[in-house]
Ligand binder design. Structure first.
Ligand code: FE
Length: 147
């Protein structure tokens, strides 16, 4: 499997403690929704100043993760790993209407919607505006497939 494909996402972590914990916070948060993370690189380090003191650190990191091939083993692992989010098994009734991002593995669940993205819970995938983006990796609706 030396021909694996990786994708990078860029995120910003912050911490009042220091740069390293800002990096760790970014990675931990990303790990909530991205599986198969393999490496990171620090893109930018900056901070917020209050009264001549460092108030908090902001570190921009790129995280590389393994992209699954369609129908491949890794994709199955992603689905399993997302069981932590109570993702139902393939083919079960609860799975109906869910769509998965083929880039990062994020699963859109109509029952939950995407409130942060302005999508009300109960919105079927085909009723989401065409300019909606994956809340994790930012790709468009065309990169989603029915589960
Ligand atoms: Fe995505």
């Amino acid at each position: 499997m030396s021909e694996a494909v990786y994708k990078k996402v860029e995120i910003v972590g912050s911490s009042k403690t220091g740069i390293e914990s800002a990096v760790q916070n970014a990675i931990s948060q990303a790990g909530e929704s991205i599986r198969n993370m393999r490496w990171f690189e620090v893109v930018e380090t900056r901070g917020h100043i209050v009264n001549k003191r460092v108030d908090y650190w902001q570190v921009t990191v790129k995280i590389g993760f393994h992209v699954e091939s369609p129908g491949g083993e890794t994709r199955e692992k992603i689905t399993e790993a997302r069981g932590a989010e109570k993702q139902p098994q393939k083919g079960s009734k609860q799975n109906e209407g869910t769509f998965r991002c083929t880039v990062c593995g994020y699963v859109y669940d109509p029952a939950k919607g995407d409130p942060d993205g302005g999508i009300e819970p109960g919105t079927p995938f085909d009723k989401i505006p065409d300019d909606w983006r994956c809340p994790v990796c930012g790709v468009g609706k065309d990169k989603f497939v029915a589960q």
